[in-house]
Design a protein around this ligand. Structure first.
Ligand code: HEM
Ligand code: HEM
Length: 176
């Protein structure tokens, strides 16, 4: 396989690192939301926020990288409709990877808790303390996270279909 048929190794590293971190953030988010208020809950929530902010920063870098590096062409065997659907799904995943962390940050700000990244950098509060708004952002953060994971499920099913049914070795494009 020549270089032009693959993503760059930076894009591949970012893809798998971010995928792993989203899986962790999602599961930890579900776990922490169910805990009663306690020092343990606040500790785990802090880890969740640090992971989420790191994902956010990596995704911003990934988007800049993507815009400045041409991805490989889609497999020749794909119909125009399928190519469009794949592009749309990727775009929606990128959008949600930006929006979901911002909604988490908004949720924290509206709850009156500033996000202190690794106990070092205090992020600006995006909105003032407001209980109703905090509840709304919490709901949107939760729904956004489920939408992201739902689209990733579709994305993984499509990748497996390419690999096992179409046998076009798509996964090799995302392997170092
Ligand atoms: C949270 C998990 C994941 C996220 C957020 C994610 C996101 C993305 C995005 C946004 C792209 C488009 C890359 C671009 O053109 O800029 C992509 C490509 C790709 N992903 Fe994922 N992905 C995830 C998990 C997976 C998994 C588990 C697999 C394997 C089963 C996979 C296989 C692929 C492949 C093969 C491509 C390249 C498609 C192509 O050649 O056009 N991804 N992924
Ligand atoms: C892609 C990154 C992220 C994912 C996938 C994610 C996912 C989740 C999930 C699934 C929940 C549970 C929602 C529920 O069931 O009520 C949650 C809760 C939460 N997340 Fe995130 N999150 C991310 C990033 C962030 C960030 C960056 C912040 C803040 C800076 C944040 C702050 C919160 C807060 C405050 C809660 C509420 C916990 C509670 O109800 O006690 N999240 N997140």
């Amino acid at each position: 396989m020549t270089q032009t048929q693959k993503y760059s190794s930076t894009a591949i590293t970012l893809h798998w690192l971010i995928a792993l971190m989203i899986a962790v953030a999602f599961l930890v988010g579900l776990y922490v939301a169910d805990l009663e208020l306690s020092p343990w809950k606040l500790k785990v929530l802090t880890w969740h926020k640090w992971t989420g902010v790191t994902i956010f920063l990596l995704v911003l870098f990934r988007i800049l990288w993507r815009l400045s590096h041409r991805p490989p062409e889609m497999p020749a065997g794909m119909s125009d409709l399928m190519k469009k659907l794949a592009h749309l799904t990727h775009l929606a995943i990128y959008l949600l990877m930006v929006i979901v962390p911002i909604l988490g940050w908004l949720h924290s700000s509206a709850a009156g808790v500033s996000v202190v990244y690794f106990n070092l950098i205090t992020l600006p509060d995006l909105v003032g303390k407001d209980k109703a708004l905090s509840h709304l952002f919490g709901e949107l953060h939760e729904n956004g996270a489920w939408a992201l994971v739902g689209l990733v499920g579709l994305h993984v099913a499509a990748a497996l279909k390419h690999q096992l049914v179409d046998k076009d070795n798509l996964l090799a494009r995302m392997r170092w």
